[in-house]
Design a protein around this ligand. Structure first.
Ligand code: ASN
Ligand code: ZN
Length: 324
């Protein structure tokens, strides 16, 4: 792979060789042959095959077109397994069906996206110079989470609900990275740190990207959804790790609160459990940050009890980002 060292992937024997159909989870990884995202259908592209069942050369910007496919295939499997084993969710729609995953979409397309229409994930090759293929773990987890959100709360992709939609993808994208526990692409609170170095967004102080919001304010819903997400991402960090300076897996984070409080975290596994229940049980298409506070407190009460340490940490972290 490009981003996770040597990995084992699940393939299928076909036509005397092998193809990237995952027989366990049902995902199919295909080459889009540089067709643009706007033109792709589930039936587009071509199967990726090997006669040896050994795939890829481990290089970024590889001339071997199967290399990005190794990452895409492995990371889609990790995403599926995270939802299945941690949240009991069987596939994006919870119907056990796998998705189609395209690599080599467009020309120098420095992005990736999920489409409900084709029930597919599309990944580009990066910008051709500094950003390589957009198939790293948190990116794949982020995009597939857009499918999970559509199938559950269906948070409308504008205003505060749009920021919550994006934040949900950043949160679970990052949790897929923690779940994979890979020694090369370690769990962190950075987003798209492998395919858009040094990172595209971060959770401890989202405004370090120059655009994201750290704190809720009445105008936050007017920001692009990839920046209004900062409030949710910052809440997730504070609830998980607490405020102040901390080094986790070799990365140092400094997270200030918006109300000068000092917070202790409860760990990201619990916060993610709470967020998943909030998303799938309590949030709706028009949930705002205030509504997300209530939804996550309801979820924390269900899982850990009203007045539990977890419940109180969730409340304090929302207050820490000015959502009261
Ligand atoms: N990669 C982007 C995202 O998932 C694509 C988009 O803007 N929807 O947020
Ligand atoms: Zn997104």
């Amino acid at each position: 792979s490009e981003y996770t060292g040597t990995v084992t992937i699940d393939t299928t024997a076909a036509n005397g060789g092998y193809t990237l159909t995952d027989p366990v989870r049902g995902h199919v990884t295909k080459d889009a042959n540089n067709v643009a995202a706007s033109s792709l259908k589930a039936s587009s592209g071509t199967a990726i095959t090997s006669t040896t069942n050994v795939w890829g050369d481990g290089k970024k910007f590889s001339s071997d077109r199967t290399t990005a496919a190794v990452d895409a295939h492995a990371n889609t499997a990790w995403t599926y397994d995270y939802y299945k084993n941690v949240h009991g969710r069987s596939g994006i729609k919870n119907d056990g069906k796998g998705a189609t995953v395209f690599v080599h979409v467009g020309t120098n397309w420095d992005n990736a996206q999920w489409s409900d229409t084709c029930f597919c994930m599309m990944t580009g090759d990066g910008d051709g110079t500094t950003d390589p293929e957009q198939v790293d773990l948190d990116t794949m987890g982020h995009e597939m989470t857009h499918g999970v959100t559509s199938a559950t709360a269906n948070l409308r992709y504008s205003g505060e609900s749009g920021g919550l939609n994006e934040s949900t993808s950043d949160i679970f994208g990052t949790m897929v990275e923690w779940y994979a526990n890979n020694s090369v692409d370690k769990g962190d609170y950075l987003f798209s740190d492998q395919s858009t170095p040094p990172w595209l967004r971060r959770f401890d102080k989202p405004s370090l990207d120059g655009r994201s919001a750290d704190c809720w304010s009445s105008g936050v819903g007017k920001l692009d959804v990839h920046y209004s997400s900062g409030v949710g991402n910052h809440w997730f960090y504070l609830a998980s790790e607490g405020s102040g300076t901390k080094t986790v897996n070799g990365v140092t984070y400094t997270s200030p609160t918006c109300n000068n409080s000092t917070l202790a975290g409860i760990g990201n596994a619990k916060v993610a459990k709470i967020w998943y229940r909030a998303l799938t049980v309590y949030m709706t298409s028009t949930t705002t940050y205030k509504g997300a506070r209530s939804a996550s407190l309801n979820a924390a009460r269900d899982l850990y009890g009203a007045g539990s340490a977890e419940y109180n940490a969730v409340a304090a972290a929302w207050s820490g980002v000015n959502v009261n």
